[in-house]
Design a protein around this ligand. Structure first.
Ligand SMILES: Nc1ncnc2c1ncn2[C@@H]1O[C@H](COP(=O)(O)OP(=O)(O)O)[C@@H](O)[C@H]1O
Ligand SMILES: Cc1ncsc1CCOP(=O)(O)O
Ligand SMILES: [Mg+2]
Length: 272
C-alpha cells in the first residue's frame, strides 16, 4: 500500500535523514566556488557530514570513487576546473549540481549543459538559474542572485527534471522540489538568508550530504535538506542581529537540531 505523505510523515523522514547523516558521516567531495568553501564545509560539518574540498584532476580517480557523494558547483568556474568537475561527476558516485549564475556567459552555459548530461541526482538552483538552464538561454538574470520568485520557475523545473532525469529543486521563499511528476514544497527559512553569500551553495551541499547518507530517494533527500536548512535559519534568526550573526547562529542551530524541533518544525508538503 502507498504510504500517505502527511506533514508528520515528512517530519519523521527529515529527522531520519538528519540522523543518518550524523550516524554515517557521509564523505562528500566538494568541487565548489571559492566564495562558498568556508560556509559549505562548516554547514556540512555542523550537520554531521564530512566535506572534502578536493578539486585537482589528478586526484579524482583515486578520491571520487571512495566518496559517498560528490557536490559540484560552478560559481567560480575556470577552464582548469571543468575537467575535474566532469571527471568527478563521471566517477559513479551520486552527485549533486549547483549551476550558479549559469546565464553569466556562453562558456558557463555550455559547461553546465555538459555537466547536466552526466546525470546528477539533484540540481538545485535559484529561480533565475533554473529558468536559464531549462531554456538554455541567457535571457534570465546573469548574476548569482535571483531576479525571479521560485514559483516563476516551477514549470521550468518540471521540464528540466523530465529532460535531464534529475530531481530539480528551485529555492526561494518557498522551495519547490520535483522529479518531473511530483512536486513537493518546503516552506522553511527567513528572507535574510539571501543576504549571506553562499547560503544557496551550502544548502546544495547539504542535499549532497543527505543523498550520500541515503541515496534511495533523491526527491525526499532534497526536500528534507532544504527544509532542515531553512529551519536552522529560522532558529538562527531568533538570536541574529544581521547577516553576519545569522551565518553563525544558523550553523549553530544546524548542529543543535533535535528530534522534537525537526519533526514539528519542517514545513514540507506534496502538492496536489
Ligand atoms: N525569501 C526567503 N524566505 C525564506 N527563505 C529563503 C528566502 N530566500 C531564500 N531562502 C532560503 O535561502 C537559501 C538559499 O536560497 P537562494 O537565496 O534562493 O539561493 P541562491 O543563494 O543560490 O540564490 C535556501 O535555503 C532558501 O530556502
Ligand atoms: C558571490 C559569488 N560569486 C561567484 S560564486 C558566488 C557565491 C554564490 O553563492 P549563492 O549561489 O549561494 O548565492
Ligand atoms: Mg546559488
Amino acid at each position: 500500500m502507498d504510504e500517505v505523505r502527511t506533514e508528520a510523515w515528512w517530519g519523521r523522514r527529515a529527522w531520519a535523514l538528519l540522523s543518518a547523516v550524523r550516524a554515517r558521516t557521509p564523505l562528500v567531495q566538494c568541487i565548489t566556488n571559492l566564495v562558498s568553501m568556508d560556509i559549505v564545509a562548516n554547514a556540512m560539518l555542523a550537520a554531521g557530514a564530512s566535506p572534502a574540498m578536493i578539486h585537482c584532476l589528478r586526484e579524482v580517480p583515486d578520491f571520487s570513487p571512495r566518496c559517498d557523494a560528490v557536490y559540484i558547483n560552478v560559481g567560480t568556474l575556470s577552464e582548469d576546473w571543468l575537467p575535474s568537475m566532469r571527471a568527478a561527476a563521471s566517477s559513479g558516485r551520486p552527485w549533486v549540481f549547483d549551476p550558479v549564475a549559469v546565464a553569466a556567459s556562453g562558456f558557463r552555459m555550455e559547461a553546465c549543459l555538459s555537466l547536466l548530461a552526466l546525470r546528477p541526482a539533484v540540481v538545485r538552483g535559484n529561480a533565475s538559474e533554473i529558468l536559464a538552464l531549462a531554456s538554455r538561454s541567457d535571457d534570465s538574470f546573469k548574476g548569482v542572485d535571483s531576479s525571479h520568485d521560485s514559483s516563476d520557475a516551477l514549470q521550468a523545473a518540471k521540464a528540466l527534471a523530465q529532460s535531464s532525469g534529475a530531481v530539480v529543486a528551485v529555492s526561494g521563499a518557498v522551495d519547490f522540489i520535483t522529479d518531473g511528476m511530483q512536486v513537493v514544497s518546503a516552506s522553511n527559512g527567513v528572507p535574510m538568508m539571501q543576504k549571506i553569500t553562499a547560503t544557496g551553495c551550502a544548502v546544495t551541499a547539504l542535499i549532497a550530504a543527505f543523498v550520500g547518507a541515503d541515496p534511495s530517494d533523491a526527491l525526499v533527500a532534497a526536500a528534507c535538506a532544504l527544509a532542515i536548512f531553512g529551519l536552522a535559519g529560522e532558529i538562527g534568526m531568533e538570536s541574529a542581529r544581521g547577516p553576519a550573526s545569522l551565518r553563525m547562529h544558523l550553523i549553530d542551530a544546524l548542529y543543535g537540531l533535535d528530534e522534537q524541533t525537526v519533526t514539528s518544525g519542517v514545513k514540507i508538503s506534496l502538492l496536489p
